[in-house]
Ligand binder design. Structure first.
Ligand SMILES: Cc1cc2nc3c(=O)[nH]c(=O)nc-3n(C[C@H](O)[C@H](O)[C@H](O)COP(=O)(O)OP(=O)(O)OC[C@H]3O[C@@H](n4cnc5c(N)ncnc54)[C@H](O)[C@@H]3O)c2cc1C
Length: 251
């Protein structure tokens, strides 16, 4: 029997490690991930402030597993009837059982300009891009406007990192960090005490909160909203998630 686990994030890695213990010795186990690394994703925002931290939170999957074969490849399609996973390199993996743990992709809700001008925060390179954009903007602009779209967990943490980075770079007075959220509160899906704590922490960092504000479009210089436009030199988009492309209609 061959078991395929798709995705080496938190879910896929935990399942793989469990299966390594439980599957009979003769069974095959293959873990497919397009990066070949396990990224401790919930710490990713810290890389905006501490770039070398990226090396600490990305661990080769081979170092975390014992018997699973690691396949570094992008899954493009899953045919559950045929028991086949299609890979971007043209190869396919046949399986008897398959665990789909491909995580999520950032949702831009087709808001004009978001895909073009905003940077999501899912991968190491995203954090590196946001840091670089921030440092470039600080160097070239008189005052720097940083906008974070979406005040869920990753948006809250990202806005906080930018504010802390401004402190660290000694440019706090020249930088305004704005967190925009469509709901009338930050962390809308969390309990009230958590929301209050998050709001207070952000205010302590001088992050400007624009709640109850819907982003309607993005240009190279502005975030358009249902209220006033907000100038933006750096734009991080943490506005939501959707299922991975590889799941097609089933995502
Ligand atoms: C900045 C940030 C801060 C966060 N903070 C918190 C927090 O404080 N608390 C909390 O509970 N959660 C937090 N989260 C959310 C948490 O990180 C996720 O819920 C968790 O990582 C989901 O795990 P997962 O295994 O489902 O998916 P992922 O961790 O996304 O793993 C998916 C894996 O699949 C791989 N993959 C994806 N598509 C393909 C493909 N087509 N082919 C091959 N491989 C593919 C990826 O390389 C990845 O390794 C945060 C997330 C972010 C981005």
């Amino acid at each position: 029997m061959r078991v395929a686990v798709l995705g080496g994030g938190y879910a896929g890695l935990m399942v793989t490690r469990e299966l390594e213990e439980r599957l009979p010795p003769g069974d095959e186990l293959v873990l497919v991930d397009e990066t070949g690394e396990h990224l401790i994703q919930h710490e990713l925002h810290r890389v905006i402030r501490y770039p070398t931290f990226a090396d600490d939170i990305a661990i080769p999957l081979g170092e975390l597993t014992t018997r699973a074969a690691i396949r570094e490849a992008t899954v493009t399609d899953i045919d559950a009837d045929a028991g086949t996973v299609a890979l971007a390199d043209g190869e396919a993996i046949d399986y008897d059982a398959c665990v789909v743990a491909l995580g999520s992709q950032t949702a831009d809700y087709d808001i004009p300009g978001v895909a073009e001008y905003a940077t999501p925060l899912k991968r190491r390179e995203h954090a590196a891009t946001l840091r670089r954009d921030f440092l470039d903007a600080v160097e070239t602009a008189g005052g720097t406007a940083v906008v974070v779209g979406g005040a869920g967990l990753s948006g809250i943490q990202t806005a906080g990192e930018f504010a802390e980075l401004a402190d660290r770079e000694g440019v706090r007075d020249d930088v305004e960090v704005v967190l925009v959220e469509r709901s009338d509160t930050v962390a809308p899906s969390f309990p009230e005490n958590f929301r209050d704590a998050a709001r207070n922490a952000l205010r302590d960092l001088d992050v400007r909160l624009e709640t109850g504000t819907e982003v309607t479009g993005v240009t190279a210089t502005d975030v358009r909203t249902d209220g006033d436009a907000i100038p933006s030199d750096v734009l991080a988009w943490t506005g939501g998630v959707r299922g991975p492309d590889a799941l097609g209609e089933e995502r």
